[in-house]
Design a protein around this ligand. Sequence first.
Ligand SMILES: *Cc1c(COP(=O)(O)O)cnc(C)c1O
Length: 426
Amino acid sequence: MNRNEQLFNRAKNVIPGGVNSPVRAFGSVGGTPRFIKKAQGAFVWDENGQRYIDYVGSWGPAIVGHAHPEVVEAVREAALGGLSFGAPTEGEILIAEKIAEILPSVERVRLVSSGTEATMSAIRLARGYTGRDKIVKFEGCYHGHSDSLLVKAGSGLLTYGNPSSAGVPEDFTRHTVVLPYNDTEALSQCFAEFGNRIACVILEPVAGNMNLVKPSAQFVHTLRRLTEQSGTVLIYDEVMTGFRVALGGVQSVHGIVPDLTTMGKVIGGGMPLAAFGGKKEIMDCISPLGGVYQAGTLSGNPLSVAAGLKTLEIIQREGFYEHLNALTERLVNGLNAAAQAAGATFVADSIGGMFGMYFADKVPQSYADMQASDVECFKRFFHGMLEGGVAFGPSAYEACFMSAAHTPELIDETVATAAKVFAQIG
Ligand SMILES: *Cc1c(COP(=O)(O)O)cnc(C)c1O
């Protein structure tokens, strides 16, 4: 038995399912998860000593490459000065100022420790600010694991959602409406029906948790117009897309100014850090200024802030995104060409440093489209690539991530491996 298997079996004796976050268990693709021993640049190594070109990137944070020497040094230096104080620090101001500089829609920002905390707090804030209960989310979008967001569509288009997890009372999801992604018609209907009772709409402005799905311009512009007209808070959940699809996130690409933005992943450069921010008028409703309660013992942790600040500093450097985007495009073009040569039903797409791979004949526009893709084919592709030394996210419903530490040579190696795998899986 190899070491990954040994560790997985041991882990299962003390950790439910052997993992601390479910997708890591390889449940969607089968087989044994790789236990990672170390990572550097574009690579991760498992406990068997096998090296992989990594396109998981810790699910997005590793945008400058794993264990970037400047980031590691910033964390080391911060650690020497103490790990946590439970009191304000200058670093928190520096990173807040940097976030506000990068995202013009953010006038005030609060730091938290996870994306889940950021979206949960932003929703409470939107409810407190508007005095309304109802919220709207879209099918296939993931916003962390808080109760009111673990919801799937009800039977009718405008009926309330149902819990998508055991342990979530139906009463909690009564206030959540779930609409299909990219469906401008359904959106308009929803606002016509109860626009002035909706506290907020939360959107992944490019969806990355049902694989990569882009919105139409019509969809996002209609959403902004309808929310504005009805006094509904528009929350852009850019936990995945922020600092990833472009320095200023999707909002900078579409030229849309959301009321609140949630951030995570890249913002902590691999350390637990997330944030929510936006209009001053709304943000000032949170404690200690306002009546919406929100707090955190480790919020703005000095090590996380140091890693985040340094990461943001690196990605702000001249040419960073040109380089990152060129790498992603090289990979996507290479994969599409290899698939075509092998006659595989496959298409890849990307935006900035994020890409999607679909065993379908066209790029999906919605969760329903994604469900129509060939998941069995993805599984074979995933395992073929893994055996060939390339790590993608272990599910057909995950987006993948490029880092600036990847090189054209590594990408060509990835494409060559894919060409072989496409030929094998037919
Ligand atoms: C990852 C993610 C979250 C949740 O963040 P965690 O840090 O895992 O709690 C929320 N929203 C989106 C869009 C995400 O991709």
